[in-house]
Design a protein around this ligand. Structure first.
Ligand code: GTP
Ligand code: SPV
Ligand code: MN
Length: 601
């Protein structure tokens, strides 16, 4: 065992031994978190044919990796919540009895690391030692996971030091599920395409992941721990684990506000979190781009930390216009997965800056030319980059105490129906808006692109327990926080006109909506009542310098009562799935909405 002396934690050592007995790797390596270790992982991947170096004058110290075409995104239908009672997983999750699932998993894990090295990665979600942070230990047979965990979390010795001899950690076991026969060479991207299991045991705080090496399926600190397991811990302990970016907004007068926003996967969190505002004098700085853990402090307010240390961002669509700060973050020391390769050793993806090259190597490793009609990068191609490389990372982004949240935004991808922005009348109404959130499906998860689905609080794929109990938890947090709770808003950057063109320019222009939001928090901007919430007036929204006709504004903001009555009917059907678990206060909100819509018809 390499680095065995790094820890005296008896339980941890015993667990490592147990997993070794089960999975029978050739070697065991405990990650120390050093720079050399990271470089070794990159070298190992390059030598093994998993990765290739990008040109040093294009993307220094960065690698490109092509995954197996059958392993390109989260697999929601292979993701399970395993708890004693089915009703505790709820109708939105795939449920399995814990014992039954272990009976399926143990034979799969038996001998699954044969011919490979077993890596043990102690990691902290959140600044090491922060009162809001939690520790996990991921065991994996994938060097790709080790390298990514180095960028996405805090790993190694400092974490083991905090763990000491008996600290608590969440055990996370991951395997690509591709044991090697004697002398057999590993595939460049080993996985078990036909047999993936992403499983969570919230009652014992365990994670077992089999068969996939990609993103949230394999980097277990992210969705598995920081959302699915953490959401159950948060419910038990009275805090919140949310699929939210966190940004700091400073007005020209120097007033600082913190905004958190829950948008579904590939619906604009990374973009909003690090945007350059187009309105003069305003500044956005990034605290986090995907996950927020929030706890009450003595002053009664909610404080959030970003439990991650890097960005695992969607590459396609990212360019110097849409997200210049992401482009700057990924300039070096980054890992690129399933993007295309240019002839001069740089990366390329759809809608990146500049002319479309005449020749590329596409994400399948094949020659690509523009006339072939195929995408060069996979739609869920991603970059992994250290958060500290972001030019607008907030100076206090890693403050262990967190930042006080002033406003929460919900939002999804809606081509129709949903206006650009609205404000909830209070926390309970905000909870209702979050619970009734719907969005068109993106490439971040396998299957069903574009289909409209309910995605409450952007947590549909990430909630570790019954969604209705989660809504109840939101309401209870509101009862506890009272007037100190953040104000809640609902935004939609994705409304289109009849010709299918965006009605709103989006990206840096979203700062206009942020300005309205924080001015509403300070009681400074106007809003008018509508059946679905308080809408900004055209005068209250700073549209200076934007060529926005009254007609376009009206289309962008239109709330059609009969269309919304239809929506209310769908919400009612959706809520009915939760039976007795549905909080009465949400039923009351729905009834009130229907009454307001009827009156407006
Ligand atoms: P996950 O990492 O999967 O959780 O996604 P995310 O929510 O961070 O989404 P991201 O910011 O990476 O955006 C996903 C896609 O939406 C990219 O292709 C963006 O270019 C596009 N996008 C982001 N913001 C806007 C916007 O304001 N308007 C439009 N039209 N597109 C946007
Ligand atoms: C998401 O899908 O919301 C992501 C990417 O942030 S993954 O880590 O793969 O879940
Ligand atoms: Mn996400």
């Amino acid at each position: 065992m390499t680095n065995a002396t790094l820890t005296n934690h008896k339980k941890l050592l015993a667990w490592i031994d147990e997993i070794k007995e089960l999975t029978t790797p050739d070697d065991i390596y405990i990650a120390d978190g050093s720079k050399e270790e990271y470089q070794n992982m990159l070298n190992l991947m390059v030598e093994g044919g998993t990765a290739q170096w990008l040109a040093e004058d294009k993307k220094p110290n960065s690698v490109l990796i092509f995954s197996d075409p059958a392993d390109v995104a989260r697999v929601e239908d292979r993701t399970f919540i395993c708890c004693e009672k089915e009703e505790n997983a709820g109708p939105t999750n795939n449920w399995k009895d814990p014992k039954e699932m272990k009976d399926i998993l143990m034979p799969l894990f038996k001998g699954c690391m044969k011919g490979r090295t077993m890596y043990v990665i102690p990691f902290s979600m959140g600044p090491v030692g922060s009162p809001i942070a939690h520790i996990g230990v991921e065991i994996t047979d994938s060097p790709y996971v080790v390298a990514n965990m180095h960028l996405m979390t805090r790993v190694g010795k400092p974490v083991l030091d905090v763990l000491g001899e008996d600290g608590e950690y969440v055990p996370c076991v991951h395997t690509v599920g591709a044991p090697l026969a004697e002398g057999e060479k590993s595939a460049a991207w080993p996985c078990n395409a036909e047999n993936k299991y992403i499983t969570h045991f919230p009652e014992t705080n365990e994670i077992w992941s089999f068969g996939s090496g990609y993103g949230g399926n394999a980097l277990l600190g992210k969705k598995c721990f920081a959302l699915r397991i953490a959401s159950t811990m948060a419910k038990r302990e009275g805090w919140m684990a949310e699929h939210m970016l966190i940004l700091k907004l400073t007005s020209p007068e120097g007033v600082e506000k913190y905004v958190a926003a829950a948008f579904p996967s590939a619906c604009g969190k990374t973009n909003l979190a690090m945007m350059n505002p187009t309105i003069p004098g305003w500044k956005v700085e990034c605290v986090g781009d995907d996950i927020a853990w929030m706890k009450f402090k003595e002053d009664g307010r909610l404080y959030a930390i970003n439990p991650e240390a890097g960005f695992f961002g969607v590459a396609p669509g990212t360019n110097y216009h849409s997200n210049p700060n992401a482009m700057e973050s990924l300039k070096a020391n980054s890992i690129f997965t399933n993007v295309a390769l240019t002839d001069d050793g740089d990366v390329w993806w759809e809608d990146i800056d500049g002319d479309v090259p005449a020749h590329l190597i596409d994400w399948n490793g094949n020659d690509w030319t523009p006339d072939g009609g195929k995408k060069a990068a996979h739609p869920n191609a991603r970059f992994t980059a250290p958060a500290a490389q972001c030019p607008v990372i907030a100076p206090n982004w890693a403050d262990p105490e967190g930042v006080p949240i002033d406003a929460i935004l919900f939002g999804g991808r809606r081509a129709t129906t949903q206006p650009l922005a609205l404000e909830a009348s209070n926390w309970e109404h905000g909870t209702f808006l979050g619970a009734a959130m719907a969005s068109e499906k993106t490439a971040a998860a396998a299957g069903g692109l574009g289909e409209l689905r309910f995605d409450p609080m952007a947590m549909l794929p990430f909630i570790g327990y019954n969604m209705a109990d989660y809504w109840g938890h939101w309401l209870e947090m509101g009862d506890k926080g009272g007037d100190n709770m953040p104000k809640v808003f609902y935004v939609n950057w994705f409304r289109k006109d009849e010709e299918g063109k965006w009605l709103w320019p989006g990206f840096g222009e979203n700062s206009r909506v942020l300005k309205w939001v924080v001015e509403r928090c300070d009681g400074k901007a106007d809003a008018v009542d509508s059946p679905i919430g308080k809408l900004p007036t055209k005068e209250a929204m700073d549209l200076a310098g934007l060529d926005m006709s009254d007609k376009d504004w009206d289309s962008l903001m239109k709330v059609d009562a009969s269309e919304w009555l239809d929506v209310a009917g769908k919400i009612e059907e959706y809520f009915a799935k939760f039976g007795d678990k549905l909080p009465a206060r949400l039923t009351k909100q729905l009834e009130a909405l229907k009454a307001r819509l009827e009156a407006a018809k």
